[in-house]
Design a protein around this ligand. Structure first.
Ligand SMILES: Cc1cc2nc3c(=O)[nH]c(=O)nc-3n(C[C@H](O)[C@H](O)[C@H](O)COP(=O)(O)O)c2cc1C
Length: 188
């Protein structure tokens, strides 16, 4: 069904009735109905900020919270959990790169979300103007100045000012209801 009737709206309200109260799993289920693209955000590792086994140069994580904010000036937003071990680096760095993954880059998404040790092991990348990793095969990339940070709840909201960006042709990796697909599969 493409659009909701009043009956659907009543039904959806019932989903939040006292028999099915609002709690974190319910909230996550509702959020998961919003499909997003998937990014890997990379930056330099600040001295002593992260575990030694992560290597000594870069940190990165998979993030789906990326979105656009403003064209003039060019601003983007993403958020980072307070528990992420990458947080000490992202709080201090002057720049980071947001890489938009293609539908052929699910292994990179998994490596940067769940991988232990040096997450850049066997990862092919070029270096940006600020000498930060731009992942080979990424559909788009944005090199951002770390403009502002706002603590909210259990995350910190980062606003990046885009200084350079690039893109190529292809299909994005899409995350929805806990699974991954390309846009073509979603349309099927
Ligand atoms: C599809 C997907 C999207 C994610 N989006 C975010 C995000 O926007 N912000 C965030 O802090 N973590 C996000 N995560 C979780 C982090 O990638 C992961 O928890 C983190 O890399 C592991 O914690 P660590 O940084 O301490 O190793 C996401 C994970 C997946 C699989």
């Amino acid at each position: 069904m493409l659009c909701g009737s009043l009956d659907d709206i009543s039904y959806n309200r019932a989903m939040n009735s006292p028999q099915n109260p609002f709690d974190t799993p319910h909230f996550k289920q509702a959020l998961s109905r919003f499909p997003t693209g998937v990014t890997v955000i990379t930056t330099q590792q600040m001295a002593d900020a992260n575990p030694a086994e992560w290597g000594h140069q870069f940190v990165g994580l998979t993030a789906s919270s990326f979105n656009s904010v403003s064209l003039t000036p060019p601003l983007v937003v993403w958020s980072l959990g307070l528990k992420s071990r990458t947080l000490p680096s992202f709080q201090k760095v002057s720049h980071y790169v947001i890489n938009v993954l293609s539908d052929e880059q699910l292994p990179l998404c998994q490596q940067f979300a769940y991988g232990e040790g040096d997450r850049f092991k066997n990862v092919n990348f070029d270096l940006s103007h600020q000498s930060l990793p731009i992942l080979k095969g990424a559909l788009a990339w944005f090199e951002c100045r770390n403009r502002s940070q706002y603590p909210e709840g259990d995350h910190i909201i980062f606003i990046g000012e885009v200084e350079r960006c690039g893109f190529t042709e292809g299909s994005p990796l899409v995350y929805q209801q806990g699974s991954f697909s390309g846009v073509q599969q979603l349309a099927d």
